[in-house]
Design a protein around this ligand. Sequence first.
Ligand SMILES: [Zn+2]
Length: 281
Amino acid sequence: MTVNDTPGDGMDRELTLMAVHAHPDDEVIGTGGILAKYTAEGIRTVLVTCTNGEQGDGPGGVKPGEPGHDDAAVAERRLAELRESVAHLGIDHLELLGYRDSGMDGWDGNGHPDAFANVPVEKAAARLAALMERYRPQVIVTYDENGNYGHPDHIQAHRIAVAAAEMTGIPDKFYYTAVPREGIRQMFEFMRANGMTPDDFELPDDFGTPDELITSVVDVSPYVENKLKALEAHASQGENIPFLRMPPEAQHQAFSREYFIRTTSRVAAPDKEDDLFAGLR
Ligand SMILES: [Zn+2]
């Protein structure tokens, strides 16, 4: 048996959280609170961002594919915004895989040979595995197999994170981010009651994660301001971030807890937990 196969060997090494995300700005809404909280608790935090966000909005809200959309300039701007966001959240290490943003499902960018979603999983996973070897995170967080909402780069990030975890055997606990269905319903009701949604808009019944599947709920309410500042740092994508236009009480409600599905644990931890490091410290 190698050291890596020993359950609980995480207790002997520096506590480390690694979040694997697809684009600059993805780090904030679902994991910004845990990144800020665990950093504040002295746990080492590592954010891996897989793409440069080339398919985001350009200056003046120019969409990808429209005249004047400059991929290189968009990437440069978004990576600068990402560094600012990382500073607001206090994240210890930012690692960029530097792949090309594939764009939303169905966009022209999907066909680009260098697009992240077109990179063979084992190739990108090997690079992520090298980062896992370097930081040896006990806890890894990424998206579910649907990338949480179907974006090809989020699905690819999920695939490489799962593959790298299997290749290295390093993480003790592995999580998917989740958006609880009941929470979304409450948010939607709040927005409707406050005239913030179109009258004819209906929330699909299957949106979000059924609450009973959620294993881990982390209170990050002391870090809501950090999340908001981090989100504001991604100003060039502001048009795509409706949270920035919600009233403060709705932002607080939306941002004060983060939800996860634990898919693997090699340490003893409660079925329902409020700490991703439960069993590790
Ligand atoms: Zn994304």
